[in-house]
Design a protein around this ligand. Structure first.
Ligand code: AMP
Ligand code: ZN
Length: 477
């Protein structure tokens, strides 16, 4: 079946036809590095990693470029607050990025370009825009003239009038039109700067992605991605600069945007301060659980961040891991009584069915949430089979391999123990659920003695309870 994906540009699902047969060129707007990345950024990173992996599974040769924004106002402000050179601060958080990326099982990009390594390319493009009359310089700043480009607004579907009415744009005398945006900013005292034809300064935000995507992928590359907040103004402005520079040639062919991860229905964001870094969550949940949680909702549906749902995701992942473990135990056992051939055949059919269902979900705009259903179904068939036939067989091998490989397409490693030492021990899980339920009843009755007794005795056994607004959580120390 052919792959269809939702293109923000056309507002509909379209068949994916790459620029060059068998190859996909993809660019995503990566993090601005002035802190550890938060789970909202994590959602974007995991979503595009999943998309990349599925394209690889479909046999495409994928070039995946993901930038680091390592110079901007927020980085400079944070550097000033911490008394640290902003460029050093950015370096530090790039290093930290790779640690969390590993925990989330994100593949390293083919290229991870940094904005500050591409200043000459940006200057070249700005010069080109100036020459074609699409940009103008004012005292060391350079702006893009939006009303010189009739197609401006085509991605977000807004006209210049709408934008001006909707946005509280400060009237800046230096701009010809309030919606004009900066391509180059003159340096303020104490800020990092680069030499340019317009004097000492630094690039505006949008121009970096134009320079880096065109450099590594060329005009008309296949997929440009990012979070939904980037549609306007970032991607709109990227298109304007790029297509202005390319004299109307298409910049990118498919625009994909993930929905937000929210907290109490509000976008999780560094500037709002309502965020949890992946680093913090890793203290409580393994990376594969966070990943499994993030892919459990279709990438274009909003996802409200919630501890309880993370815990449910953990349980779900453990169920799949248990199926693999049970299959492996059975596969290691030689036949005592032969596996019924018809029963074995059922496993082969189930494995094929799971693969078909998985592919049809993923071919429909990367519906990883629906793809999970095929994994759980196959896991159930495996569990039922090994209860009756806990022995090596061709069918079991096929089913085990299918489950393992399909999860792997989503970057989910079913070998990882999801919950420290207790992973795979379902009985312990069930006993702990029971104990926590008893303790919750005691607490409801204000029987603190009983509640503390349970907690203290568990502690003696090396099991630590932590009370959270969503209920008690336990870990083995
Ligand atoms: P930033 O570090 O703010 O430049 O964001 C890096 C990437 O994460 C961008 O592609 C954003 O669109 C995306 N992003 C930021 N916040 C969220 C969120 N709450 N949910 C989903 N994606 C987000
Ligand atoms: Zn970008």
């Amino acid at each position: 079946m052919s792959l269809r994906l939702f293109n923000t540009m056309s507002h509909q699902k379209e068949e994916f036809i790459p620029r060059e047969e068998g190859k996909v060129a993809m660019y995503t707007c990566g993090p601005t590095v002035y802190n550890y990345f938060h789970v909202g950024n994590g959602r974007m990173l995991v979503v595009f990693d999943m998309i990349r992996r599925y394209l690889l599974y479909k046999g495409y040769d994928v070039t995946f470029v993901q930038n680091f924004t390592d110079i901007d106002d927020k980085i400079i402000n944070r550097g000033n607050e911490e008394g640290m050179d902003p460029l050093k601060l950015a370096e530090k958080y790039i290093e930290e990025y790779f640690k969390d990326a590993k925990a989330l099982n994100l593949m390293t990009a083919s290229i991870h370009p940094k904005a500050t390594d591409h200043i000459p390319e940006m200057i070249e493009i700005i010069k080109g825009l100036e020459e074609s009359g699409l940009a103008y310089a004012v005292e060391g700043d350079v702006y893009f003239a939006v009303d010189k480009l009739p197609t401006y607004g085509k991605l977000s579907g807004r006209t210049l009038e709408d934008m001006q009415a909707g946005a509280r744009v400060e009237v800046e005398e230096r701009k010809h039109n309030p919606m004009d945006f900066a391509l180059w900013k003159s340096a303020k005292p104490g800020e990092p700067y680069w030499e340019s034809p317009w004097g000492k300064g630094r690039p505006g935000w949008h121009i970096e992605c134009t320079a880096m995507s065109l450099k590594y992928l060329g005009a008309g590359f296949d997929i440009h991605g990012g979070g939904g907040d980037l549609v306007f103004p970032h991607h709109e402005n990227e298109i304007a600069q790029s297509e202005g520079y390319l004299h109307g040639e298409t910049f990118a062919r498919y625009w994909m945007h993930n929905a937000f991860l929210t907290v109490n229905q509000q976008k999780m964001s560094k500037s709002l301060g309502n965020f949890f870094t992946v680093r913090e969550i890793l203290e409580h949940f393994p990376g594969e659980v966070i990943r499994f949680y993030l892919l459990g909702t279709h990438y274009r549906s909003p996802l409200d961040f919630d501890d309880e749902n993370l815990r449910m995701a953990q349980k779900g992942l453990e169920r799949l891991q248990t199926s693999i473990r049970l299959a492996d135990e059975a596969l290691g056992r030689q036949v005592e009584k032969p596996v019924d051939n018809a029963e074995d055949q059922k496993l082969i059919v189930a494995a094929e069915e799971a693969q078909r269902e998985f592919e049809s979900a993923m071919d429909d705009d990367f519906n990883s949430a629906l793809a999970y259903a095929s994994l759980f179904e196959l896991g159930k068939v495996i569990n039922a089979h090994v209860q009756a036939y806990p022995y090596n067989s061709v069918g079991l091998q096929k089913a085990r391999t299918a489950l393992w490989e399909l999860a792997d397409v989503l970057g989910i490693d079913l070998a990882h123990p999801a919950n420290n030492a207790e992973a795979g021990n379902e009985k312990l899980d069930q006993v702990m659920d029971l104990l926590l339920e008893v303790r919750a009843i005691a607490r409801k009755k204000k029987d603190w003695e009983m509640s503390d007794l349970i907690r203290d005795r568990l502690k003696d056994l090396g099991i630590v309870l932590e009370d959270t607004p969503q209920g008690a959580r336990w870990t083995i120390k």
